[in-house]
Design a protein. Structure first.
Length: 84
């Protein structure tokens, strides 16, 4: 992952701990959005919250499409069983 990467977004939406850990290999600035702050943003600035939701939908959708493409390629190459 590189600059501007978003991690842990599913945990925020699903209310569960993040399923990944992150280690930076250079000095970095990181931002954390707590569930409470997220809820407060939805209440105090719904337009910004909506823009954030739309961005997260695009991000998660792109990741899902990429994973599906990878799974399809692995299936075609015979690396996965045909039960998918």
């Amino acid at each position: 992952m590189g600059a501007g990467a978003v991690v842990g977004e599913l945990g925020l939406y699903l209310g569960c701990p993040a399923s990944a850990s992150v280690v930076a290999d250079r000095p970095s600035t990181l931002y954390h959005l707590s569930r409470d702050a997220f809820t407060q943003l939805e209440q105090t600035d719904p337009e910004v919250a909506t823009a954030l939701h739309k961005g997260m939908v695009r991000l998660v959708g792109a990741r899902l499409a990429n994973h599906n493409k990878t799974l399809h390629a692995l299936l075609e190459q015979g690396f996965l069983g045909s039960s998918l």
